[in-house]
Design a protein around this ligand. Structure first.
Ligand code: ZN
Ligand code: ZN
Length: 101
């Protein structure tokens, strides 16, 4: 099996613009996640192993969107892919529980 650049059945490959978009380029796009509303960076390539350069680029773009959304609130990059495990993406999440302590 070759590694296709896009998969016809993958909603991240589809990249439908039904939420707020922060950024797009040839490597990735950053938008509000359709399911949880947190900023999410999505690789332009259908697969799970971006290069170190691409990873650094995507995390930087996600950081810019997260700082715009969350401001001074602490947040972290969540790389766990729960619903679409075969296409690399990452969320920026605030720790909603620690803010109450
Ligand atoms: Zn989400
Ligand atoms: Zn995909």
């Amino acid at each position: 099996m070759s590694d296709p650049a896009v998969s016809p059945s993958c909603e991240l490959c589809e990249a439908a613009e039904f939420t707020r978009w922060f950024h797009r380029d040839d490597t990735c796009w950053v938008a509000e996640c359709d399911s949880c509303d947190d900023p999410m960076v999505v690789w332009r390539h259908h697969g799970t192993e971006p290069s170190a350069d691409e990873l650094a680029h995507m995390k930087q773009r996600l950081t810019e969107a997260a700082e715009e959304v969350f401001g001074d609130t602490a947040w972290r990059i969540d790389e766990v892919r729960r619903t679409i495990p075969d296409h690399w993406h990452a969320h920026a999440r605030i720790d909603r529980w620690s803010s109450f302590s």
